[in-house]
Ligand binder design. Structure first.
Ligand SMILES: C[S@@+](CC[C@H](N)C(=O)[O-])C[C@H]1O[C@@H](n2cnc3c(N)ncnc32)[C@H](O)[C@@H]1O
Length: 301
């Protein structure tokens, strides 16, 4: 547990009061801790354990984290495969819902929530890129979830963002996230629809200067990357003008950058690959191809 303690302490020194992953065992840089991640929503920590472990192991982890004074509350979630996930507040008065900050912007999160807490921390550099590159643009945010990319785009000076996600709950949180940051409502459109049934509505509101595509890897019935990603890419020429940018994201460890690059070559030959964005330093990966892939393309013809 000593390496957990020292990594968490080191990461906490860099948070500047913002949300961050403070232990990323899943990146395979900490042997023996591949099943552990710890997220920081100041002043609370959320530990997720992805395999069956002995109760003593969990106790040891909690004891280890308890010595860190900054951590005012700890939630432990057990999410091992084939078992129902469980969660427990170990200490602290942890609210069901709270606001957290990233890159100076506010987001609503649910730290006790067993699935996704409301903000995907690994996408920080993607949002930073959008803040820095959105000025004056018309943006399409596909698979928007709680619309964090939209908050980033409007804060970065985008003209308008169209958000699409089939989860009405996520879209409603997205609206709250815009209000939290006092962002002008008239600059955003929220479409709580299944994308594959809404191409007409999406196209009507275009063309777009920047399209963010950040789908799940595997959500049977809604989106399965291997069969559905190409269906999205196929539409890009119709939705952009020459010079339009695309940020294509994929987070399945079993597919490297070639997965997206091959699909782009097949479906969007007029788009040129520009670069892969770096992942945040709080998500160290032993094999970079297994980490989050965020690829920037520009339409050249
Ligand atoms: C990985 S999350 C997106 C994260 C988001 N881009 C962000 O920045 O936080 C995937 C989202 O895709 C949505 N989704 C999955 N299939 C969809 C579909 N066919 N149409 C619209 N949304 C879909 C889910 O509801 C979920 O919110």
């Amino acid at each position: 547990m000593q390496q957990v303690l020292s990594e968490v302490k080191q990461q906490l020194e860099q948070t500047l009061g913002e949300s961050r992953r403070v232990f990323h065992g899943r990146g395979h840089c900490f042997p023996g801790f591949e099943h552990l991640v710890i997220d920081w929503f100041p002043p609370f920590a959320v530990a997720r354990i992805y395999k069956d472990v002995e109760p003593e192991w969990v106790e040891q982890l909690c004891e280890t984290l308890k010595v860190i004074e900054q951590i005012k509350g700890l939630v432990v979630q057990q999410r091992s495969r084939g078992r129902e996930s469980s969660q427990q507040i170990i200490w602290g008065d942890i609210p069901e819902q709270m606001n957290t900050t990233e890159l100076g912007l506010l987001y609503k999160v649910k730290p006790q929530r067993n699935q996704n807490s409301g903000l995907f921390l690994d996408m920080r550099e993607g949002r930073r890129w959008v803040i820095d590159n959105a000025t004056g643009k018309r943006v399409l945010n596909l698979f928007s979830y709680t619309c964090a990319f939209s908050v980033a785009a409007i804060a970065g000076g985008a003209d308008h963002v169209v958000n699409v996600d089939m989860s009405r709950g996520a879209i409603n949180t997205g609206k709250d996230n815009h209000r939290l940051n006092d962002l002008p409502a008239e600059k955003t459109t929220f479409l709580a629809y299944d994308l594959f049934r809404s191409w007409k509505k999406v196209k009507q509101r275009g063309p777009y200067d920047l399209i963010v595509i950040d789908p799940p890897s595997f959500q049977p019935g809604s989106f399965v990357a291997e069969q559905d990603y190409k269906k999205v890419l196929r539409r890009l020429s119709d939705l952009t003008t020459v010079g339009g940018q695309v940020l294509a994201c994929h987070n399945d460890p079993k597919n490297g950058t070639d997965f997206l690059k091959d699909l782009m070559l097949q479906e969007c030959p007029g788009f040129q690959f520009k670069k892969r964005l770096d992942n945040p330093s709080d998500f160290p990966e032993a094999e970079i191809e297994k980490g989050l892939k965020v690829l920037l393309y520009v339409r050249e013809q």
